[in-house]
Each structure stands twice: as structure tokens, then as C-alpha cells.
Design a protein around this ligand. Structure first.
Ligand code: 5AD
Length: 351
């Protein structure tokens, strides 16, 4: 008998949603064959909405100072072994200049929650980048801030904001983070970002400690409701200087499956094949694209600091995932019938 799972995948493709019970069944009764079917359908949906275009984002990891102490993260406050660094405005502009020349039209400023970058410093950087590169989109990924600060970033010209929700289950959130962080405040931040008109990105790690089918179902229902323009998911990978050093990593198969399900649920979303996915498998990013992803985020940070932004062990940082490797990345994308484009790569409805 043909498994019910195919019908659920078809239903998700046709209606872009499933009930909690249906998601649960879909996530529990998967097989290699049904995974393949979901990924193929997701790939088709990507092509329907984006053709063979793959968008690139130039990732600038400008500070690894962080006031937070997330149990999974290598740049958590308590990791005294992390070599801390920060880039200043001029360094950041130099990265953008290199990136612009290579064809990047989106810059992502990502960093820990670093008090040095006050609202004033940050808005100064945002204005400088947008003034010099008015044809580029600027994305921020610098954590939880009060509403007025997000508003100031927006007024200064920032277009997009990435803030993974990490898990939509409050208890699970509590097992990944210290007590001073809360899932409710994270959700409030995401709603504020959406209300301010940012193209907003949420997301979670696949295979994070204590993740269950139930928490994953909640993630998908949460994402459906939030309807973010971007969703970043990648495998959890342990870092040797964190409380989760002995926890096992998320798998390639699971990450690809959930990417495919995301594409079927949010057909127009911008979905990156993440660095973490490229870290657990040599062709992880291509496989991500073939499961429905349509974005890659090569690293534009200066070589001297790149090895210090270690969220997890063995993070790749000098090969095709780096901006210098763009020509190779283009070849790899062409190898799977895709093409990197020089484009801001906005959410389709905003084009
Ligand atoms: N493995 C995989 N992803 C991680 N992140 C942080 N630490 C890890 C890890 N050990 C992800 C988090 C965060 C994003 C910037 O990186 O989901 O939101």
C-alpha cells in the first residue's frame, strides 16, 4: 500500500499547510523514499518561484563579543577561550567594497550581542553602508533589542533582520538557554521586526539537544503563523567549549527533509543552504538547494578574523563558502542546473 506520507506531502504542496496531527505523522513515518519525494516536490516549487536563480548574501561577522550564554554556541559569554574581536565601520566598509566588486547586492552584518555597538554606532554603520551602496540590501543579525532600537535601525536604512526563534517550545527553549533569555521575548522581537517592515528571518537548528517531534511540529506551526520572509535552518553541531560538547550533531538527512518541508509550506520564502549544512557534508549546500533552498551566504569577513567566529567545531571558512571562492561556488551551482545572480534577492512580493 502506498504510504499516507505521500498524501500528506501532496496536501502540503497544494494547501501550504497541515494540521498539528498531520505534521506529527509526516515527521514520524518518513522513509528514504518519502524524503526523496518531498525534496523533489520542494525543488519544483523553488523553480516555479525563482527559476534557476540562487541568491547570494555577503556575510560579515563583525563582532564575536556576546553578552548571552546560550548553551550551544561557541561564542557564548562564558567561553573564556574564544578569541574576541570586533571590526569597526571602516573594516566593514572595506568588506562591502570587496563584496560589491564580486557581485554581492546584499550584505549581512552578523554579530554577537555586543554592547560596544550602541544604537548610535550601529545606525552610523547602517547609514554609511546604505549611503555608499544604495542599490544593495542590508540585513542585520545582531540579536534581541528593544523596539525603539529596531525602529532606529529601520529608519537608518536596514532592510532585513535575521533572528532565529531557535525553538517554538518554551520548555525546550529553556533547556537551550540560560534563564535570563525567554522564548516569549524572542517571539515579541520577531513580531516587532515584522511590524516595522523588515523582511524578517526566523529559524532553528535541526537536531538540537532535547528537540523532539513535538517541538518540531510547534516550530512549523509557529513559522506558518509568523510567515517570515526568510527561514534559516541548519544542523546543530557541537562546540568543544560549551555545555553541549558531548551532544550529537543534527543529521544531513533530517536537515534536507525539513528544508524541503519548509519550501512546501512557505513557497516564496528565502531559504539559505547554511554554512552549518556545508560543514557536515562536502556538498551539503548543493544538496540543500536540491531540497528547496535558494540562498547561499558566502563569508566576506577579513581572513584574519574568520577562524575566530566559531559557533561550532570545524566551521568551514576558506573554501567555496568564502567570497573568494565565488567562481568555484558558481561552478558548483551550475553543476546542479542553478545560477548565482547579481541581485538583491528580495522576497517576491516586495519586488
Ligand atoms: N551549531 C549549529 N548552529 C549554531 N548556531 C549557534 N550555535 C550553533 C551550533 N553549535 C546558530 C544559532 C544562531 C545562529 C547564528 O547560529 O541557531 O541563531
Amino acid at each position: 500500500m502506498k504510504s499516507m506520507i505521500y498524501e500528506l506531502i501532496d496536501k502540503l504542496y497544494e494547501t501550504n499547510t497541515l494540521s498539528s496531527a498531520e505534521f506529527y505523522e509526516l515527521f514520524t513515518d518518513r522513509s528514504e523514499e518519502t524524503d526523496t519525494y518531498a525534496k523533489q516536490l520542494a525543488c519544483k516549487v523553488r523553480e516555479e518561484n525563482f527559476g534557476n536563480s540562487i541568491y547570494i548574501r555577503g556575510l560579515i561577522e563583525f563582532t564575536n563579543y556576546c553578552r548571552n550564554d546560550c548553551y550551544y554556541c561557541g561564542i557564548r559569554r562564558s567561553n573564556k577561550k574564544a578569541q574576541r574581536y570586533r571590526l569597526d565601520k571602516e573594516d566593514i566598509l572595506t568588506c562591502c567594497e570587496m563584496g560589491y566588486g564580486l557581485g554581492f547586492r546584499t550584505f549581512v552584518l552578523q554579530g554577537g550581542e555586543d554592547a560596544y555597538f550602541t544604537e548610535e554606532r550601529m545606525t552610523g554603520i547602517i547609514r554609511a553602508v546604505k549611503e555608499k551602496y544604495p542599490d544593495c540590501a542590508l540585513t542585520l543579525s545582531i540579536g534581541e533589542k528593544p523596539l525603539h532600537t529596531y525602529e532606529a535601525y529601520r529608519l537608518a536604512g536596514a532592510d532585513r533582520y535575521l533572528l532565529r526563534h531557535e525553538t517554538a517550545d518554551d520548555e525546550h527553549y529553556g533547556r537551550l538557554h540560560p534563564p535570563e533569555l525567554s522564548a516569549a521575548y524572542r517571539r515579541e522581537c520577531l513580531q516587532n521586526l515584522k511590524n516595522l517592515g523588515f523582511q524578517t528571518g526566523a529559524g532553528f537548528m535541526v537536531g538540537s539537544p532535547y528537540q523532539t517531534t513535538e517541538t518540531l511540529v510547534k516550530d512549523f506551526l509557529f513559522l506558518k503563523e509568523l510567515n517570515p520572509e526568510m527561514v534559516g535552518i541548519g544542523p546543530f553541531i557541537s562546540h568543544h567549549d560549551t555545555p553541549f560538547k558531548d551532544e550529537k550533531s543534527g543529521t544531513l538527512a533530517d536537515t534536507l527533509f525539513y528544508l524541503g518541508i519548509l519550501r512546501l509550506m512557505l513557497p516564496c520564502a528565502l531559504l539559505p543552504a547554511t554554512t552549518a549544512l556545508g560543514t557536515i557534508h562536502p556538498t551539503g549546500r548543493e544538496l540543500g538547494i536540491l531540497a528547496g533552498a535558494n540562498v547561499v551566504m558566502p563569508n566576506l569577513s577579513p581572513l584574519a578574523v574568520r577562524r575566530k567566529y566559531l559557533l561550532y567545531d570545524d566551521k568551514i571558512c576558506t573554501g567555496e563558502e568564502a567570497a573568494e571562492g565565488l567562481a568555484n561556488l558558481q561552478k558548483r551551482m551550475e553543476g546542479i542546473g542553478c545560477c548565482i545572480v547579481v541581485d538583491r534577492g528580495d522576497y517576491p512580493a516586495d519586488r
